[in-house]
Design a protein around this ligand. Sequence first.
Ligand code: ZN
Length: 439
Amino acid sequence: MCFLKRLDGRTAAETGRDLHRFATELYPTCRSITGDGIRRTLASIANRIPLQTVEVPTGTPVLDWTVPREWNIRDAYIKAPDGKRVVDFQRSNLHVVNYSSPVHATMPLSELKPHLFTLPESPDWIPYRTSYYQEDWGFCLSHNQMLALEDGDYEVCIDSTLEAGRLTYGECYLPGRSADEILISTHACHPSLANDNLSGLTVATSLAQLLSEQGHHYSYRFLFIPGTIGAITWLARNRENVGRIRHGLVLTCIGDAGGFHYKKSRRGNAEIDRAAAHVLRHQNEPSEVLEFSPYGYDERQYCSPGFNLPVGCLMRSVWGSFPEYHTSADNLAFIQPLQLAGSLRVCAAILDVLEGNRRYRNQSPYGEPQLGRRNLYRSGGGTPGLEISARLWVLNLSDGEHSLLDIAERSGIPFPAISDAARLLCEGGLLAVVPDDAG
Ligand code: ZN
């Protein structure tokens, strides 16, 4: 029952290559908050893990929102006065403002310009824009591309449909020994953007694969959902059951070269907050723990005051803080195999802490028990000082009140060493687990 150990069976390069390959497979699809793009993406995920696809009709009231119309797109272009496609959806799906209403018209450049979006500060990149909740149409292009447009009449075409249909999301439930749940949520609604979207999708899929290969205490629920409206829809449909969620993580932007950032849940001191902070402190990459804020990804919904679930958000670079964010430069070169593999490892380590975090009671609490007599005062092959030190910490603090995570935090010893010590001491009869429901 150790997810990290199972990952050790392969090199980080092998794991990373598989993650990046899956991202490459998903990259070309034009996803949106509804429509066939997200359906196709979920079908690819379903080839790897048991995934239930849920379809919710347009117009369904969900909390304070309504399920929107379904958007699908086949083609889009701007044709210059000489008939050449100067902007072509077939070259990049970012060229169309996502969720654009259909249009087919010819107009002078001056009339077209208010519908064109560029990034003057990064003149070679295409921005990513959406028009989900106000009906509009538009094109995104590089600033240099726009500067090259000459006066004249342009034919614009967006061959899209916005009609009553369904909102689609995917849910993978992996039952554990307990009905208590760990929620892993990631958004699946962005078109060809790699870090913001595909990094979370691929790592979450691999994590679900890893978990499905072995037994676990918690039950796990993985959500692959359109951002905001998907989380709201899921919460609306599962309002009665959210009490089962004991811990949760939103995964996003975890494939770039930046160090880790963990954003705490609204509660700020939930076990997931402490587990994530502990794991980040004891791994080799730079990391920072951030306080909760009511903006970001779907943790905003899970941590809205009515639900207030213990759900944090794991990132590398923070959304909006890197120049490639929401541009064509957030591409497959921007995410790195080794970074994806490192993120999967951190996720596995956090889940190992949650899975193994129990309270124990020292069975010989009057004076130090004589470890030498029990063959517990010598190393089992690891770092001898650390192993003995971990045993002494576990024995001293296991009064039925302190959890193993409490002990790991207070001793400064990484959780796996504390957890190994507890297992050995149990086998030696010096420690007994406190049942879950006891106080
Ligand atoms: Zn985004």
